[in-house]
Design a protein around this ligand. Structure first.
Ligand code: SF4
Length: 242
């Protein structure tokens, strides 16, 4: 069984082509800028079996075209790696492309290994390279995240890296240079994506009664985003803005 927060059937940002996006409930990080704080709790959501999800996916399959498929996102999907691994294995056996949108912040165990063995694309959000800054931003160390990237590289799993650009937190030249330099020799990183910070999720904090710690932080300007892209391109050939 999987604890599902919600499903989006025409996702166009979570991997190649048209995606069936499965947002799973639960996350152990507490990113200051999280725009889906309602997905963080380990409770709630709807319990669904793998068969129920596969049935829904099959109904949408006609829209996938050549490139599309299923993306598991969240929340943090690897928290449910055991059942998700069964789902991805089933989908791949049916010829459906699988993508995993993850923060990679768990130690890789047998369930995660099985899940990754049936994942065509990992979309990995590397929030900060500096461990202290990563803790400040998310509440947890980045050690597992970097180990996750190493593991995918070793196994030859295609990766899209993501970076949320937050003025005053993740936009310094020094940080962006270090971030891109760290990955420059990774052969399986196909692209890097910049996600400009936005405040669209801020109202959810009020609704949930959680303090919004980035109150007053403004989204980056177009110029700041373009500058970040230029810095990442110093080491990474394919950088996109989302
Ligand atoms: S990892 Fe994602 S879901 Fe979890 S707190 Fe951070 S932004 Fe939110």
């Amino acid at each position: 069984m999987l604890r599902v927060h919600s499903i989006e059937t025409f996702g166009t940002h979570e991997g190649p082509g048209v995606r069936f996006v499965l947002f799973l409930q639960g996350c152990k990080l507490r990113c200051l800028y999280c725009h889906n704080p309602d997905t963080q709790a380990m409770t709630g959501g709807t319990m669904m079996t793998v068969d129920e999800i596969v049935e829904k996916v099959e109904k949408e399959r006609v829209y996938f075209g050549e490139k599309g498929g299923v993306t598991a996102s969240g929340g943090e999907p690897i928290l449910q790696a055991e059942a998700l691994g069964v789902l991805f294995e089933t989908l791949q056996a049916r010829g459906i492309h699988t993508a995993l949108d993850t923060n990679g912040a768990l130690v890789i165990d047998a369930h995660i290994e099985h899940l990754l063995a049936h994942t065509n694309l990992v979309i990995l959000d590397v929030k900060h390279l500096d461990d202290a800054k990563h803790r400040e931003l998310t509440g947890k160390s980045n050690r597992n995240v970097l180990a996750f990237a190493d593991y995918c590289e070793k196994k030859g799993i295609t990766m899209w890296l993501r970076h949320v650009l937050v003025p005053g937190y993740t936009d310094s030249d020094e940080h962006l240079n270090a971030w891109s330099a760290y990955f420059k020799n990774f052969k399986h990183v196909e692209r890097a994506e910049i996600l400009p910070y936005h405040t669209l999720g801020a109202y959810k904090y009020k609704k949930l009664g959680i303090p919004y710690k980035l109150e007053g932080v403004k989204p980056p300007t177009k110029e700041q985003v373009a500058h970040a892209k230029m810095l990442l391109q110093n080491h990474l050939p394919h950088v996109y803005i989302r």
